[in-house]
Design a protein around this ligand. Structure first.
Ligand code: PLP
Length: 365
């Protein structure tokens, strides 16, 4: 707490609130942490995704209507980023075991230009061989790393690095307060190893100007504030302990939940480092289980109750496509339940697990 007050005070006293040294220092720290060559701190995670897509458009690598494959089970921002940039979001099926985009059956078409894996719940979504092959055919790989800062994939990305956010062509990170590293408000970042994309994203986020009052492209205002930059420099130092606590909590749940009707999330031990943004179980009577936990004072969440392509905003939308039904994603929406993980202590986890183990019984009475 003291460190945050000091950081905020430093910015307030400096009188410099935009495009200053705090954000620059944060960008350097985040780039170093992920191993990526460039980091551009921006306003939020949605804008980070949008700036990447707009950047590729401005560089002539994408054009209106091009198809971007996105997993049907994700936060709506993944889809909104695509459609708000005039690109077509192709909702794709997810893998039941990892909740992430099923890379073994991607709906590739003649117009596919981007694949956007989401490292959902902190689970890395990567297949080096498969994605390298698609990449060699000119398809861009943009990671939505909003939920997985600090995670490691089992296999290397295109840059010989395993850190999510540095696997593909570019990645977006979110520092929404509830994310594993949360700002004191909205904030996000773009990571990339491409010099030209980095320069374009930086320009687009700053009114299209690299030099003040010289607007080379029609840009936006999507900068991160100095206040958030200073606070996030401090927050980023806690990343390893955040990951350690979440991993410990996931292991405790995994050990303590024994109810046979519950499908626990996969703990992957092939060298992958999962960072557990959410601990998501599945149950065929999810709503009843949620109510039962709530009756016992345990708050849970549902990520996400409606698959993105089923959302009202996308009914009849010309930039939303599905190639066939998506039964896995749609079934997950009715079964998933996120248990408390961020701040839960071991006793709390034991209590919640015992409640879950008694659910059948408790439910019948
Ligand atoms: C949070 C999130 C975003 C958007 O980030 P904001 O900072 O809230 O704009 C995008 N994608 C996923 C998967 C997210 O969880």
């Amino acid at each position: 707490m003291e460190a945050y007050v000091e950081a905020a005070g430093r910015v307030i006293r400096s009188g410099r609130y935009i495009n200053g040294p705090e954000v620059k220092a944060f960008e350097e720290a985040l780039a170093a942490r992920s191993g990526a060559r460039h980091c551009i701190a921006v306003s939020n995670g949605l804008d980070a995704l949008r700036l990447i897509l707009l950047g590729f458009k401005a560089l002539g690598k994408l054009s209106d209507g091009d198809e971007v494959i996105v997993p049907a089970n994700t936060f709506i921002a993944t889809f909104l980023a695509v459609t708000s940039c005039g690109l077509t979001a192709v909702a794709a099926e997810v893998d039941e075991a990892t909740f992430c985009l099923d890379l073994s059956r991607l709906p590739i078409s003649m117009r596919t230009r981007v694949i956007m894996p989401v490292h959902l719940y902190g689970n890395p979504c990567w297949d080096a061989e498969k994605l390298a092959e698609l990449h060699s055919r000119g398809i861009l790989i943009v990671e939505d790393n909003a939920q997985a800062i600090g995670a490691l994939s089992a296999s290397e990305g295109f840059h010989g690095n395993k850190a999510t956010g540095n696997l593909g062509d570019a990645a977006a990170i979110s520092f929404y307060p509830a994310k594993n590293i949360g700002a004191f408000g909205d904030a996000g970042a773009v990571l990339t190893n491409s010099d030209e994309l980095a320069a374009m994203v930086r320009k687009l986020a700053n009114y299209g100007a690299a030099e003040k009052y010289h607007h080379e492209v029609c840009g936006l205002n999507c900068r991160m504030d100095e206040l958030q930059g200073a606070l996030l420099r401090e927050k980023l130092k806690t990343l390893d302990s955040v990951i350690e606590r979440r991993r410990r909590n996931a292991a405790l749940y995994d050990n303590a939940i024994t109810n046979p009707d519950v499908v626990k999330p996969l703990i992957i031990d092939d060298g992958t480092l999962q960072v557990w943004h959410q601990y998501v179980i599945r149950h065929p009577r999810r709503d009843a289980l949620r109510q039962y936990l709530s009756d016992h004072g345990v708050g849970t969440e549902i990520h996400y109750p409606v698959a993105c392509h089923k959302q009202p905003c996308y009914q009849g939308h010309t930039l939303l496509k599905t190639y066939g039904p998506l039964p896995v994603a749609e079934t997950l929406a009715s079964r998933v339940l996120s248990l408390p993980i961020a701040d839960a202590d071991p006793r709390h986890i034991q209590y919640i697990s015992e409640l879950i183990n008694l659910f059948e019984h408790g439910d019948r009475n």
